[in-house]
Design a protein around this ligand. Sequence first.
Ligand code: FES
Length: 160
Amino acid sequence: MNLSKLESILKGRNSQPHQLIEVLHDVQESYGYIPEGAMREISKTLGVPLIEVYRVASFYTAFTLKPSGKYVITICNGTACHVRGAQLLLDQAVSQLGIKPGEVTDDGMFSIEHVNCLGACALGPIASENESYHHRMTPAKLRKFLNSLSRKEREEVKYA
Ligand code: FES
């Protein structure tokens, strides 16, 4: 864990327990998850019991306690997306990437998330990759998309 990022997030926030959620958002954004070491530092700095930091960090879906892949593939399985075949998208992602929702591929490139609504029901089924939304997704389009991300990654490694 890069401590300088955490130090900069916590700077000037000594004994300010009301800033817990804001600090957790900043940590999530900087690290991609809430590391255990960060929770300990947040607890000490803000003066919030560690159990409370953990309770808040594990309650809200905006926070994750495990690292995510570079590409977070989110499949919506809300009612509107479900009736339009979201389960087939999830099956495609799981079989193609070889991981289940909440897991990360061994190379750290992909993780799969499963959510109940991404807020674009009329355009479902929806899959997203990090902040980019893909509407009316099909298993075939998802397969091609995941392949293109893998190819892009291999090209970046090749020319790095
Ligand atoms: S149910 Fe999928 S976007 Fe709302």
